[in-house]
Write a protein that binds this ligand. Structure first.
Ligand SMILES: O=c1[nH]cnc2c1ncn2[C@H]1C[C@H](O)[C@@H](COP(=O)(O)OP(=O)(O)O)O1
Length: 233
């Protein structure tokens, strides 16, 4: 067992811990992007309310429900379908990085479930139409692009450079590797390109901040606070 990981029994024995369960739903596909780039697999993630990428799921109370029943309940809220999740779908449990929002330690339980392509399409449709969380806690489902394009920058590398909640990025990378959805060479290239994209994005953000400051300053020259403050009238 990798460091930081817990057995299911150890995790459930943790008194006072909070528990969250999330699942990676995926399928094989023969479809090709632009009729030439094999998509190979559809892997579902979601854009959360906080602007971060994560897997569907949420907090579960093991004193009231099993981890799997709790996960299935969360999925009906987020995806609009109550997918049955079983103990066999469980991949690992581990302590989440500590957060300032709660003093109680969080344990995250991760599951992986393989589905048929048609079932994945049904999930996507329901998530955007009947799911109660759509547009609120979940801003939308997204498919993870597993291919590389545009000299290696586009596709998986670009996707991995986004911001993820908790350990969701490593849950994705570990699963892609262990399920052989992407080779380790492809992943290494994607991660190396992702780091470069991240550095360029930091530059872009600095430039955008400077532009905003300049615009704010030039705007403020036209707006004379002395004239608009009743105390100076
Ligand atoms: O995809 C994830 N992978 C690992 N940890 C995650 C993921 N999504 C959320 N989390 C962590 C961080 C969150 O604070 C808790 C609770 O999850 P959340 O989905 O926000 O729970 P609720 O919908 O509010 O029940 O788990």
């Amino acid at each position: 067992m990798a460091s930081g990981q817990l057995s299911r029994a150890e995790a459930l024995a943790c008194a006072g811990c909070r528990h969250a369960c999330h699942v990676m739903l995926y399928c094989d596909t023969r479809t090709q992007l632009f009729g030439r780039i094999p998509i190979r697999h559809v892997v579902l993630m979601q854009m959360r309310f906080d602007g971060l990428l994560g897997f569907p799921g949420g907090l579960v109370n093991p004193s009231e429900e099993t981890l799997e029943a709790g996960l299935s309940r969360e999925l009906s809220e987020e995806l609009g379908v109550a997918l049955p999740i079983s103990v066999e779908d469980h991949v690992d449990s581990c302590h989440a990085p500590s957060s300032s929002s709660s003093s109680r330690q969080l344990i995250t339980h991760f599951y992986v479930k393989k589905m048929e392509e048609e079932q994945i399409r049904e999930v996507e449709k329901a998530a955007a139409s009947t799911a109660t969380d759509h547009g609120q806690e979940v801003l939308g489902m997204v498919r993870v692009p597993l291919y590389a394009m545009q000299g290696g920058d586009g596709g998986l590398a670009s996707f991995l450079s986004h911001s993820f909640i908790g350990n969701a990025r490593s849950q994705l990378i570990d699963s892609l590797l262990s399920l052989n959805l992407v080779s380790s060479a492809e992943l290494q290239k994607a991660l190396a390109n992702s780091l470069k994209i991240h550095e360029n994005a930091a530059e872009d953000l600095r430039a955008a901040t400077e532009t905003l400051l300049k615009l704010t300053c030039s705007g403020n020259k036209q707006f004379d606070p002395q004239q608009h403050n009743p105390a100076h009238a």
